[in-house]
Design a protein around this ligand. Structure first.
Ligand code: SF4
Length: 288
């Protein structure tokens, strides 16, 4: 009796140990996955002069297959100038972890030299157009600049350390122009934004109620009549103009047109559309 009780006790102890052991292994793997399985961006020190940006990117391509083909650097700078900026580069498709030197074009220096950069946020985005997979990494402006300038690792050392098979990138850069509009800081008011949605400044934007109407601020800018409005080549069909003034702008499959008989008496709203156009192809002349 005593012997069988002891045997049962030993068996129970062994089973308990087995369960605890399996739980520990599972936790260990979970922690390992959390710590080391996540996509990881490393900003590297470029070895080329000018507009080059170097990065290493590791992710579990077996678990999350993606053909990475686009790199974007975005600046969110609400209290500086420009308030937003983006530079983009198409990459030769990468299907597993890689490291690259990328010519981002002159927009990179404009982004790094933005006024108020120390309070800005920079987002590095790697994406796959075909798979719709997007990896985004946000960091403060100073941290980004510090890594770009002082990273101890280069592309060759990253490739060697991680034993990567890396292709080169040779495509020319595609720049998205730097824009600064709508969200300008207000002089003397500190971190207050001049947004169309801020009732304090509503009168300065085209959608505001007419002067004298209920809710219209006293200092609304007077509008003006436009003699001619037209679209120059280069429209990227982003819809911004039509969203602002659909009575004037019509966005087609591959360009934007001015609607026949479009009203030209609200120049302020046409001006707002032109300022919102990311490629600055909306032109107009004021009526004299
Ligand atoms: S805002 Fe400019 S780029 Fe966008 S649809 Fe209008 S004209 Fe084209």
């Amino acid at each position: 009796m005593t012997t069988s009780l002891m045997a049962m006790g030993i068996a129970l102890f062994a089973v308990l140990n087995l369960v605890l052991g399996l739980a520990a292994i599972s936790m260990l793997f979970g922690t390992f996955e959390t710590l080391f399985g996540k996509p990881k961006l490393t900003i590297l020190r470029t070895q080329k002069p000018g507009n080059h940006f170097a990065l290493g990117f590791k992710w579990n391509s077996a678990k999350e297959p993606a053909a990475i083909d686009t790199l974007r650097l975005r600046l969110f700078n609400p209290f500086g100038s420009p308030t937003q900026a983006e530079v983009m580069q198409k990459l030769e498709t990468q299907r597993s972890s890689f490291a690259l030197e990328v010519d981002m074009g002159p927009g990179l220096l404009g982004l790094l030299g933005a006024k108020g950069f120390d309070k800005a946020t920079v987002q590095v985005e790697l994406s796959s157009t075909r798979d719709g997979v997007v990896f985004q990494f946000d960091m403060s402006g100073p941290k980004f600049r510090n890594l770009v300038m002082k990273s101890s690792e280069t592309v060759p050392s990253f490739i060697k350390r991680h034993k990567l098979d890396v292709k080169s990138v040779s495509k020319p850069p595609i720049d998205v122009p730097i824009r600064s509009f709508i969200a300008d800081t207000v002089p003397g008011k500190g971190p207050m934004l001049k947004l169309a949605t801020n009732p304090m400044f509503a009168g300065e934007f085209a959608g505001a109620p007419a002067a004298g109407a209920a809710g219209a601020p006293a200092a609304a800018l007077p509008t003006f009549t436009v003699a001619k409005v037209w679209i120059e080549p280069g429209c990227i069909v982003c819809n911004a103009c039509e969203d602002i003034y659909p009575e004037v702008f019509e966005v087609l499959a591959d360009t934007c047109i001015i609607r026949p008989g479009a009203p030209l008496d609200n120049g302020l709203r046409i001006q707002e559309s032109a300022e919102a156009c990311p490629v600055e192809v909306i032109k107009f002349t004021k009526a004299s």
